[in-house]
Design a protein around this ligand. Structure first.
Ligand SMILES: NC(=O)c1ccc[n+]([C@@H]2O[C@H](COP(=O)([O-])OP(=O)(O)OC[C@H]3O[C@@H](n4cnc5c(N)ncnc54)[C@H](O)[C@@H]3O)[C@@H](O)[C@H]2O)c1
Length: 263
């Protein structure tokens, strides 16, 4: 599927990896609906990107709000071809604190709810929109060609899904869940010609990393075998546009990490 003239929902598109994806899609002649909680950053970005971009304030865990974002793409751009789900949060807490008190259950659940349940919520509503478009096309006499790429759902996991650190129980298990969504959804949606892929980034230079002290950042960079630096958001965006373009990529998780393995 080409990016050009197709429309994509980019969650978390007001910042970091999602922002870079939105810029890349518009840069290649596609359309984006940016769905994010951060209204001011999202509005500023669409003002810059112009007529090929729309913003919707949306919590990815909320069914009605994601449905409104999907409908915005349908009405503004005449249909939706896919989603790139970049909205996510980091939750850091140990199972037991310094005094052996148990972790806060609500904090654990918040990470799983946004990162995993939110990814599923976006996937189900985007897939329904694409399936409806295909049915409308064929009811209108259109011919849906065998093996024609109809849609793409790209989720964002993390290398923490595989190499979880102490304190990352919520984050790692939520991202492992995103990895686990990939194959069953790809198998299920195959009959609609919709592909499902997941990217597991290593450590990228985004606002999410701003809270990390300079010394810790230097240590992270030193831990990347090559290239010895954090990933650039546009390197993530390049992989996204390649996945959209390459119809044989399906049901797989790609680590994008400069060969880092967290120990
Ligand atoms: N930056 C990294 O090193 C890194 C590494 C691995 C995985 N990731 C993953 O990549 C994704 C993007 O991360 P980033 O570094 O660009 O972070 P970021 O904080 O720069 O951007 C995340 C965006 O998601 C939005 N968001 C958060 N919760 C939301 C919700 N419930 N509904 C809608 N929007 C919401 C935020 O407002 C923000 O604009 C996340 O899923 C993150 O876990 C990032």
């Amino acid at each position: 599927m080409q990016v050009k003239e197709n429309s994509f929902l980019v969650t978390g598109g007001a910042s970091g990896l999602g922002e870079s994806v939105a810029r890349a899609i518009v840069g290649q002649g596609g359309n984006v609906v940016i769905a994010d909680l951060n209204e001011s950053a999202g509005q500023a970005l669409v003002a810059e990107l112009g007529d090929s971009a729309r913003f919707v304030r949306c919590d990815i865990t909320n069914g009605d709000e994601v449905q409104s974002a999907v409908e915005m793409a349908e009405s503004a751009f005449g249909g939706l071809q896919g989603s790139i789900n970049c909205a996510g949060i980091v939750v850091v807490q140990k199972l037991l604190d310094r005094d052996n008190n148990p972790a806060d259950l609500e904090a654990f659940s918040r990470g799983v709810n946004i990162n995993l349940v939110g990814s599923f919520n976006v996937a189900r509503l985007v897939a329904a929109s694409i399936a409806k478009r295909i049915a409308n096309d064929s009811n209108a006499g259109g011919h849906v060609e065998k093996n024609a790429d109809q849609g793409i759902i790209i989720n964002t996991a993390s290398i923490a899904a595989f190499d979880g650190q102490v304190g990352q129980a919520s984050y790692s298990s939520s991202k492992a869940g995103v990895v686990g969504l990939t194959l069953p959804l790809a198998r299920e949606l195959a009959r609609h010609g919709i592909r499902v892929m997941t990217i597991a980034p290593g450590v990228f230079a985004t606002p999410m990393m701003d809270s990390i002290p300079e010394k810790a950042r230097e240590q992270l960079e030193a831990g990347v075998p090559y290239p010895k630096r954090l990933g650039a958001p546009n390197e993530f965006a390049k992989l996204v546009t390649h996945i959209i373009d390459n119809a044989y990529l399906n049901g797989e998780v790609i680590r994008l990490d400069g060969a880092i393995r967290m120990v």
